[in-house]
Design a protein around this ligand. Sequence first.
Ligand code: NAD
Ligand code: UFG
Length: 333
Amino acid sequence: MTIFVTGGAGYIGSHVVIELLEQGHNVVVADNFSNSKRGVIERICRLAGREFPFYEMDIRDADGLGRIFSEYRIDSIIHLAGLKAVGESVSKPLEYYANNLESTMVLIDAMKTHNVKKFIFSSSATVYSADNEMPLTEESRTGGCTNPYGWTKFMCEQILCDYANAANGCAVVLLRYFNPIGAHPSGLIGEDPQDIPNNLMPYIAQTAAGRLPFLSVFGDDYDTPDGTCVRDYIHVSDLAAGHVAAIKHLDSNSGVSVFNLGTGKGVSVLEFVAAFEEATGVSIPKKTAGRRSGDLPLQCASTEKAKRELGWEAKRTLYDACVDTWRWQKGID
Ligand code: NAD
Ligand code: UFG
């Protein structure tokens, strides 16, 4: 059985590929390196102790995809490739719609032509509406996204649902990731944003490394226990293991299944900083700043469905994620 992984050189994709290889799956990986580096592929092989076919290509290249699907007996697809920066999506909406929607549609078309029945999509907690009760279950309301990136995830989910509805015997899993953090425990694979990071963990890690002077805490007057926003942070290796569980699920289910991948535990910005300081022994200079536009006070996953139906739950702690991130950050500085 061979799994085609798109975006496999990226932050989450690289961890997914390692996990699949370690669990004995065969993979074919494609990435255009628009937000990743070539060296990642060699590192994945080194860590997994195995090589695999890799294609440098844009997933929107239908002919290229056709050649891959003709050459290998692809059993399932994990589609991680996409643009993911919320702020950038506001200033470059067309790039986001073109990349994220087209790549998904071209891939579905190849899937149809080559009779591939199983598809896993990297979705996001950002598809949930702002007016839901916490924790968010898979039945919570979606839509009302506040940026084009979120809409691309919402629309791809809809396209996949419509396709699965029309295609006989097709099985689709939509994985809604909460906030992925951390790095591979080897320190060889992790997240290395090209510009000033938007996300909390890389910002803190770069502050700890002295690349940035201080962390701005975006708002301390929310209606949360310490006034700062609460999120559900999940270690990227746990997230990767969730994909292996989803692959198993596809073997015995058809139609569309939706799963949250989170920990079920909310952590505030101040709690996060304290955990990082405790795990690394490095103190993080911080200043309170105004609220960041579009931030919700609280977002947290219900993990019951994933536990029950995938037999999967996050095992690693925030402390583990901080230790692993710091090991990775020190390696790249
Ligand atoms: P990433 O940018 O590190 O990885 C995405 C990879 O896809 C990159 O290697 C990039 O080069 C590649 N890529 C982009 N467009 C491509 C195309 N058209 N053809 C081929 N390759 C292409 O991002 P990530 O954090 O690893 O995210 C992976 C997926 O998970 C994305 O779809 C993202 O939207 C989703 N997701 C991420 C988060 C998060 O916080 N990191 C949260 C929820 C969902
Ligand atoms: N934060 C700060 N200072 C910073 C960066 C972040 O205080 O320098 C705060 C934010 O205000 C927020 C929390 O830290 O309260 C987490 O922010 P992130 O940017 O790390 O994460 P978000 O929850 O805003 O969004 C992330 C991804 C989205 C994804 C979402 C849910 O960026 O793509 O998780 O999966 F959709």
